[in-house]
Design a protein around this ligand. Structure first.
Ligand code: PLP
Length: 451
């Protein structure tokens, strides 16, 4: 592409000094897939639909229809397996450096003395430091197409908020971000970057919304979580009819936008003559998992136990390993519709951790189906295990990865150690969902523990 971004119809003209030149070598738009893969029509059983509660409250589904972008609602309702990626979005995905590299972690393999081959899908090299940009660009594009000027959203670790602020800037939009308070207070560096991008940030719970005020008044969920931030973002959109609310995980369209990850891995492994035995992703809501594994669903149906899919979660939010598969709200106040996913219950007070992206009580209904049908396995790691793995990655591969991604790599390390015992030359692919440079507080705390 040439000459920087062009304003989309209806969008404010971007600042003249804004030039989102990619910081990593970019591919050509032709290297980006032509379509996103939609998991929903490919699930072995129908996706349980979102629904309203029978508590007499105003319809949450009607509210969602009003505050969400038209294009993503269409995508969520689509029965097509492939959703075309607009050319402008393909250009921007190429400009940020897609396809991202697939790294063979040879030094880590040597350290582990394993016959396994470990491949790492490097989403951490994207300009904002995580895979979240894949969906943020798509959603900001759809917003600009619709003539929307302001996007409101929530963020857990801050990676999604950062990506939305970046993509909003690209398309001349304003971004309002509610950020799980505990995480916002830990990550002053990321806070600065979001503000430099022009984002408006509120640690949640806040006095800014009705939902935040209610939580503060009742003294509930004061640490904040992705759930409190979701509730606040929706509440803000409800009170500001000119804004549109967007999500960075859980929903079918977000998982579809992330399918560029799995489609690229397929092509990259095929070029190496490799077939994966195990695919691993960390799980908060489930979008990098859905993005990596969705394109492999047909392979899983064909190969059964020959292909293992693993979701690695935080032991502080053990949804897939210890939660229940049932209808629940995604926020503690219950402003979201009921969706069926693995949940710890909306009253579950999540402990303080440095793994903000995996710190939520419920998640994607699509991933709920995959788990309930036995298609994905789940493991949980505590913070110490995660940061030990992050330190291992830095020492052996020279890469500082996000605390969330440490969970996926930890699961890959465990498989590789098991392969040493069995002698199996297994091919393992783990998604490195993010970079850890703006999450150093967690590593610092880990060092303080005597590591
Ligand atoms: C770096 C990183 N990885 C993973 C996740 C989890 O998101 P998801 O479960 O939607 O893939 C997050 C969420 O904030 C994140 O920031």
């Amino acid at each position: 592409m040439s000459g920087g971004p062009r304003p989309a119809p209806g969008a404010r003209t971007p600042d003249p000094d804004w030039n989102p030149t990619p910081v990593v070598p970019s591919g050509a738009p032709d290297d980006v897939p032509e379509a996103w893969f939609n998991l929903v029509p490919n699930l072995p059983v129908p996706l349980p639909p979102a629904r309203d509660g029978d508590d007499g409250q105003p319809s949450r589904l009607a509210l969602q229809r009003r505050i969400r972008l038209a294009a993503v609602q269409e995508q969520d309702a689509s029965t097509e397996s492939f959703l075309p990626i607009p050319q402008r979005v393909r250009e921007e995905l190429a400009a940020i450096g897609r396809p991202t590299p697939l790294l063979r972690a040879r030094a880590l393999e040597a350290h582990l003395r394993t016959p396994a081959r470990i491949y790492l899908k490097r989403e951490d090299v994207l300009p904002t430091g995580s895979f979240k940009l894949n969906s943020a660009i798509a959603q900001a594009y759809f917003a600009a197409q619709q003539g929307v000027r302001t996007l409101v959203t929530e963020t857990g670790a801050g990676q999604w908020g950062h990506a939305v602020a970046w993509a909003a800037r690209l398309f001349g939009l304003h971004a309002v971000i509610f950020w799980a308070g505990v995480s916002a207070r830990q990550k002053l560096g990321r806070h600065t970057v979001i503000k430099l991008l022009g984002g408006e940030v509120y640690p949640s719970p806040s006095e800014r919304t009705q939902v935040g005020k209610a939580l503060l008044r009742d003294g509930r969920h004061l640490l904040g979580s992705l759930g409190t931030a979701i509730g606040e973002a929706i509440s803000y959109a409800q009170d500001h009819p000119e804004t549109r609310y967007i999500s960075g995980s859980n929903l079918p369209h977000v998982l579809a936008h992330q399918s560029v990850i799995g489609q690229e891995v397929k092509a990259q492994l095929a070029a190496l003559g490799e077939t994966p035995d195990t695919l691993i992703a960390c799980v908060g809501g489930g979008s990098n998992l859905g993005g990596l594994m969705g394109p492999y669903l047909a392979d899983k149906a064909e190969r059964g136990d020959g292909l293992t899919l693993i979701g690695a979660e935080s032991a502080s939010a053990p949804r897939l390993t210890r939660g229940e598969w049932r209808y629940d709200h995604a926020d503690p106040e219950g402003i979201t519709p009921l969706t069926k996913s693995y949940t710890l219950g909306r009253d579950y007070e999540l402990p303080e951790t440095h793994v903000g992206g995996l710190r939520q009580h419920s998640g994607s209904a699509v991933v709920g189906v995959l788990r309930s049908q036995g298609l994905i396995d789940a493991v949980a790691y505590d913070e110490a295990e995660a940061f030990e793995t992050g330190s291992l990655m830095l020492r052996h591969e020279g890469v500082l990865i996000a605390p969330e991604s440490c969970h996926a790599v930890r699961a890959a390390v465990d498989r590789a150690i098991e392969a040493r015992r069995t002698g199996r030359a297994e091919t393992i692919v783990a998604c490195v969902s993010g970079n850890g440079a703006l999450d150093l507080e967690g590593y610092t705390a880990h060092l303080g523990d005597g590591a």
